[in-house]
Design a protein around this ligand. Structure first.
Ligand code: ZN
Length: 134
């Protein structure tokens, strides 16, 4: 089995995953117009400003959409198990691709309330995942 693909811990993405490592979900927020953004990037998509802060997310969001893959597309993942990549829309308005823990694909629903949890994948990489919330 080959190694699981992992994010590179460099640049702004490295900063994002550094916060995940200490159990903080933070997104960039523009200093000039207050717009949130994700994935990490140099400039604000609303006003073009390069000034931002890493602000802490509530960690809460809702399932925006998902898909079910019934066949692995990478040798690091089991070929006989379904996986369901989920797009979560956070309360701050940004969206991120992740997965729900303990939620079979058949139970997924658009609008399902979720909250962040963290998975230590390696000693250096921690990924934000989600679970259902009431
Ligand atoms: Zn802005």
């Amino acid at each position: 089995m080959s190694a699981r693909p992992l994010p590179q811990l460099t640049g702004l993405a490295g900063e994002f995953y550094g916060f995940c490592k200490v159990r903080e979900l933070r997104f960039q927020r523009c200093v000039d117009c207050s717009a949130w953004r994700h994935v990490p990037r140099e400039r604000c998509g609303e006003c073009g400003s390069a000034d931002f802060r890493w602000e802490r997310s509530s960690g809460r969001g809702r399932v925006y959409t998902w898909t079910v893959a019934n066949r692995s597309m990478h040798p690091a993942f089991p070929s006989d198990a379904s996986v369901a990549p989920v797009v979560v829309e956070m309360e701050e308005g940004v969206r991120l691709v992740s997965a729900l823990e303990n939620c079979p694909p058949g139970e997924l629903a658009i609008g399902m309330p979720v909250e962040v949890v963290y998975e230590d994948v390696t000693e250096t990489v921690t990924l934000p995942k989600f679970r259902r919330r009431a």
